[in-house]
Design a protein around this ligand. Structure first.
Ligand SMILES: Cc1cc2nc3c(=O)[nH]c(=O)nc-3n(C[C@H](O)[C@H](O)[C@H](O)COP(=O)(O)OP(=O)(O)OC[C@H]3O[C@@H](n4cnc5c(N)ncnc54)[C@H](O)[C@@H]3O)c2cc1C
Length: 406
């Protein structure tokens, strides 16, 4: 086993860890900094972000886009680490970006690899030592130094940064190791749970809707029926879950038995919808009932709406539908309810809720309040943002914050 000595060792070569190394070296070139990464290359997850385009931040950044115990502190942190701040850091690294109509920033070349390339090149330029294919197996603190043991090395350092993310997406490097290390070092850990993922729901009809996409509004209601969160966008139906970006955003707040309520025509009031469906009924009067929604919904979705409205005989003519049945149909379209079972697992999640308790991290430096010289950044902290670049914004901001303060 080879012994290596560094000023700081960063465990995890993902978004936050690489940014941390760049910030530390940019501030002081003389610091010896090492990044330990268990994959065969750094930033593997970054390459998959934003469907391969990397949505790196968002112009509509506010702390209410996040959930978790670090949120109040993130709010303070974002006063310095604004969207422009992060965009400017990347500009200095050589990356040109643009924002789309939803405020989502991407590289101009629309390739996530560009984000990783400029970060890798900065590490090379600044002289960061990167150790790939090395998993931190144990982390110990002695009087004034840390000792990280991997397969081949024993790293000794004055400062240690935990930037090894969380459990989401294990194929891209997601593990629970951050929680294990931090727990052993005396930190309180909020249990990990998958977030930004499809939500499994109870429904006999979901199988028949598999593969369908519809646009609309999705609301999450708690067990008392109070609305917790509203989202709009594309809703995807899978065999046993609801999916799509708006469902991913709701997944941050779901609990068992909560209800997801879909409004499939949110631009129509109930009265307007009633008139519309009554018009359809007379237009298609001599056609089977499942033609009622021709021109509005896909056939399978129309059939599901009829079944949920207790209209099971599709061979009936549209003209036979009563006023009461039209009422029920309109209610189903405006309030299609699905009871939540649970979020899909970590392998289908883009992010993780849980991690080190936010109260135990100083938001001015990302240093632990429990262990001096220990810093934590990125997803290892109990905070998770909605889709739209908010998670990478947090990873880059917290990584930069830690790096500047090492
Ligand atoms: C498919 C997908 C798409 C996404 N798209 C977006 C998007 O467009 N915009 C956005 O804002 N967010 C997106 N995210 C979320 C975002 O990628 C993460 O929030 C972000 O990467 C977290 O950064 P991190 O540095 O904390 O962790 P990571 O980027 O996960 O990096 C942690 C690193 O630590 C390494 N590691 C773990 N344990 C050890 C160990 N014991 N020893 C050594 N190394 C270790 C891992 O291999 C990994 O490389 C997406 C996530 C996924 C899965």
């Amino acid at each position: 086993m080879i012994k290596k000595e560094y000023y700081a060792v960063i465990v995890g070569g993902g978004a936050s860890g690489i940014m941390c190394a760049i910030a530390a070296k940019s501030k002081n070139r003389n610091l010896k900094i090492a990044v330990i990464e268990k994959n065969d290359r750094v930033g593997k997850k970054l390459l998959s972000t934003g469907n391969g385009r990397c949505n790196l931040t968002n112009s509509r950044l506010t702390a209410d886009k996040y959930a978790g115990s670090f949120v109040p502190k993130a709010e303070k942190m974002f006063r310095k680490y604004t969207t422009d701040y992060i965009v400017n850091i990347f500009k200095q690294l050589g990356l040109l970006t643009y924002a789309d109509y939803d405020g989502r920033y991407y590289p101009v070349c629309r390739q996530a690899s560009a984000v990783l390339d400029v970060m890798r090149f900065a590490c090379e330029r600044l002289g960061v030592d990167i150790f790939c294919n090395e998993t931190a197996k144990s982390i110990k603190k002695a009087d004034n130094f840390f000792c990280v043991t991997t397969e081949n090395h024993k790293f000794i350092s004055q400062k240690l940064v935990i930037a090894c993310g969380a459990k989401a997406s294990p194929k891209l490097g997601g593990t629970a190791s951050a929680a294990d290390y931090l727990k052993n070092l005396g930190h309180k850990i909020i249990p990990f749970s998958p977030a930004l993922c499809p939500v499994k729901v109870k429904s006999d009809l979901l199988k028949s809707l598999k593969g369908l996409r519809a646009s609309g509004r999705a609301a999450l209601a708690d067990r008392n029926g109070s609305i917790i969160k509203n989202e709009s966008g594309e809703i995807q139906f899978t065999e046993n879950s609801l999916s799509g970006i708006c469902i991913f955003n709701l997944s941050l707040y779901t609990k068992q038995n909560y209800i997801i309520i879909l409004d499939l025509l949110p631009n129509y009031s109930f009265a307007e919808l009633f008139n519309l469906i009554t018009k359809q009924k007379s237009l298609f009067y001599n056609r089977p009932a499942d033609d009622l929604f021709a021109g509005i919904f896909q056939k399978r979705l129309g059939q599901a709406i009829l079944k949920m409205s207790n209209i099971k005989d599709f061979s009936r003519f549209c003209s036979s539908l009563t006023e009461n049945e039209i009422n029920l149909v309109c209610r189903t379209i405006k309030q299609m309810e699905f009871e939540v079972i649970q979020n899909e697992g970590f392998d289908r999640a883009q992010c993780t809720l849980g991690g080190v308790c936010g109260e135990e991290i100083d938001e001015n430096t990302m240093e632990s309040k429990i262990v001096k010289g220990l810093y934590v950044c990125g997803e290892a902290i109990d905070i998770c943002g909605e889709c739209g670049g908010y998670n990478l914004h947090f990873a880059f901001s917290s990584g930069h914050n830690a790096g500047e303060n090492l």
